[in-house]
Design a protein around this ligand. Sequence first.
Ligand code: ADP
Length: 191
Amino acid sequence: MMLIVFLGPPGAGKGTQAERLAELLAIPHLSTGEMLRKEMEVQSELGQRAAHFIQDGQLVPDDLIVDMVVQWLAADGTKGGAILDGFPRTVPQAESLDRALHEMSRQVDCVIQLTVDPDELRRRLLLRGRMDDNQDAIERRLVIYSRQTRPLVDFYRQHGLLERIDGMGTPEEVFERIKEAIRRRGFRERP
Ligand code: ADP
């Protein structure tokens, strides 16, 4: 069982790289942003509660997101390992995750931090052009990342779990760096 967390600002390429790594290791991955957007699409209660936070570029309240992720992790398909993209995003979320994993006799095994220059982040997000990728929401998300999510870098470094990866360059170049880190940590690839 291996549990890998992707950490990094919006636009760092977490989604792209998490998907590739999930394929390589043959384990499922969860993007909390994707999951929330699906909930919004079908206008579930959760989706309706989350919508205005997302459109504004704010974080969805911790309790909404924690339940969603813990339920996913408790499901059978993740027993052999899993990748989380976009969660945890705050220290309280990370603490809730640790508590929930502890009860399942599991733990976070590795945290991949993707670093990208702020100007490159803005460029990538404007290119992507999702409904929450407008100038105001982007600036708000970058500030929220610095204030609320960045502290997780130290949190996980103190736990000896952090792999800092340069996220500049092509997706292929970045993936090569991730593979190196994963191999160093002894994770097994799909046969
Ligand atoms: P990005 O990585 O570009 O910020 P995501 O798809 O990961 O995009 O997330 C989109 C939005 O979904 C976030 O701006 C936030 O409102 C909400 N969201 C996703 N994950 C979380 C989380 N763990 N906690 C709170 N809000 C979240």
